[in-house]
Design a protein around this ligand. Structure first.
Ligand code: FE2
Ligand code: FE2
Length: 157
């Protein structure tokens, strides 16, 4: 009996559209997309395992970005750090319910992550990527994507 309840609308795969031009962030974002994709397609019986894989990823992903913001005194750090903390708080609450057998709340959380990530990356991580790139290389990153689209304009390219 199928135990998945995702639909094609939930799909989430890596695309050059997500590239921000700072390799350390791009690599961790590709991993984010991969672990969320696995969670989306997880069977009920494996859901908690994949949720814990996502939790390990998110903890390290957000801690790295938070550390960069603090160490470099990135000006708009607090709202970005708060957003990471809000996701981790929700994750903890969702995990408690998944442990009790409510996988559907975990699936709903996963769909929210899919909706959340592009906005977070575009509005908050992109500013951090430019800041970090500038510190290391002294200029703005140039992002080469396989297909130029109107969204490139959103990154000022
Ligand atoms: Fe990020
Ligand atoms: Fe972030």
């Amino acid at each position: 009996m199928p135990t998945r309840s995702t639909t094609p609308d939930d799909d989430f795969t890596w695309s050059d559209e997500f590239l921000l031009g700072f390799d350390q962030i791009d690599e961790v974002h590709e991993e984010f997309v991969h672990v969320v994709h696995q969670l989306l397609h997880s069977k009920d019986e494996n859901f908690l395992t994949h949720l814990d894989e996502f939790a390990a990823h998110a903890k390290s992903h957000f801690a790295t970005e938070d550390q960069w913001m603090r160490e470099t005194e990135f000006p708009p750090a607090q709202c970005h750090i708060d957003e990471h903390a809000a996701v981790m708080q929700s994750l903890q609450e969702v995990r408690e319910r998944v442990v009790l057998g409510d996988v559907e709340v975990g699936r709903s959380f996963t769909r929210e992550l899919v909706k959340w990530f592009p906005g977070h990356a575009t509005h908050l991580d992109s500013a951090l990527a430019q800041w970090m790139f500038k510190r290391e290389h002294g200029g703005k990153p140039v992002v080469f994507r396989r297909q130029a689209t109107s969204s490139n304009k959103a990154f000022g390219l």
